[in-house]
Design a protein around this ligand. Structure first.
Ligand code: SAH
Length: 254
C-alpha cells in the first residue's frame, strides 16, 4: 500500500521551534489534518488540502486522516509540541489498532517536536536536571482519583513533576486541587515554575512557591513544573532566577 501518514510535532511556538525534519514532512504532505490553531501555524502551500477539526475530536481526526492515507495519499496530522506527548500520535495508534486491517500496511512516521515541558525548563534553568515525570491534569480521559493517586506517588517518590493541561474553561478547579494535594507531601517553599505560551509572542515565565501557587496564575497555555525537595532557585540581581535540580540526588533516607 502506498499511503503515508506522518504525525508531525510543531514544537511549542513559532517556526524557530519547528525541526527541519518536521518542515520537510509538512512540505511533502498532500493533505494536512489538525486542530485549527495548529494548522494556522503551517505556511499555506498550493495543492495541499487542509482539514481543521476541534481539539476534542482527536480520534475522529485520526480516523479521517488514516482513511485518507489509505486511499494512497500522503497525509500529515499536526500536533503542538511533540505528537507523542498527550497528543495525536497515540490517537493514531489507537485507531490503527481498532481499525481495518489495511491501515496496518500504511507507512506511518512520527516526527518528534519540542514538548512544552522542555521549552519551559530551558527558559528558566534546569528544573528537569534529575528524575522527573509528566502528568496531564485533564480528567477528560481518566478519573480524577487516578490523577490524585499519581500526584501522591510522584511527590512521595521525589520526582520533579511537569503538569500539562492544568486548567481549561470546562475544568477550572483541577489545578487548585492538584496543588493542594501536592502540599501534603512537599514543603511550602518548593519552587513552582509557571510557563505560559512559551515560544510565542505573549510568552511569560514566573517562579512562585508551592505555598503561593494559585489557579489564577494558569490557563490552557500554561505548563507547570513543580520542583522536588532538591530543586533550587538561584536569585540573580536584575536577571530572572535560575531554577535547577542538581545532578546528584540526596541520600535515599532523605
Ligand atoms: N503535545 C503537546 C502537549 C499537548 S497538551 C506538547 O508536547 O507540548 C496541551 C498542554 O501543553 C497545554 O495545556 C499546556 O500545559 C502545554 N503547552 C502546550 N504548548 C505550550 C506552550 N507554548 N507553553 C506552555 N505550555 C504549553
Amino acid at each position: 500500500m502506498s499511503g503515508h501518514l506522518a504525525v508531525v510535532g510543531l514544537g511549542p511556538g513559532d517556526a524557530r521551534y519547528l525541526t527541519p525534519e518536521a518542515a520537510e514532512a509538512l512540505a511533502a504532505a498532500e493533505a494536512l489534518y489538525g486542530y485549527a490553531p495548529y494548522l494556522d501555524r503551517v505556511p499555506a502551500r498550493a495543492a495541499q488540502s487542509r482539514h481543521a477539526s476541534d481539539n476534542r475530536e482527536e480520534r475522529a481526526r485520526a480516523s479521517a486522516a488514516l482513511g485518507h492515507a489509505a486511499q494512497g495519499a500522503r497525509v500529515a496530522v499536526v500536533s503542538g509540541g511533540d505528537p507523542g506527548v498527550f497528543a495525536m500520535a497515540a490517537a493514531v495508534c489507537e485507531e490503527i489498532e481498532a481499525g481495518p486491517e489495511n491501515w496496518r500496511a500504511l507507512d506511518i512516521e512520527i516526527v518528534p517536536g519540542i514538548t512544552a515541558m522542555l521549552a519551559v525548563a530551558a527558559r528558566i534553568g534546569a528544573p528537569l536536571g534529575h528524575d522527573f515525570c509528566a502528568l496531564s491534569l485533564s480528567d477528560n480521559l481518566k478519573p480524577w482519583e487516578l490523577i490524585e493517586r499519581r500526584l501522591d506517588a510522584a511527590a512521595a517518590a521525589g520526582f520533579v513533576i511537569a503538569l500539562y493541561n492544568p486548567v481549561s474553561r470546562a475544568r477550572p478547579w483541577q489545578f487548585g486541587a492538584a496543588i493542594e494535594r501536592l502540599r501534603r507531601h512537599l514543603l511550602p517553599s518548593t519552587p513552582v515554575v509557571l510557563g505560559r505560551a512559551v515560544g510565542r509572542a505573549d510568552e511569560r515565565v514566573n517562579v512562585v512557591t508551592l505555598a503561593a501557587a494559585d489557579a489564577a496564575d494558569t490557563d490552557m497555555a500554561t505548563l507547570v513544573i513543580v520542583g522536588s525537595r532538591e530543586t533550587r532557585v538561584i536569585a540573580r540581581n536584575g536577571r530572572p532566577p535560575l531554577v535547577y535540580t542538581p545532578r546528584a540526588a540526596a541520600e535515599v533516607s532523605a
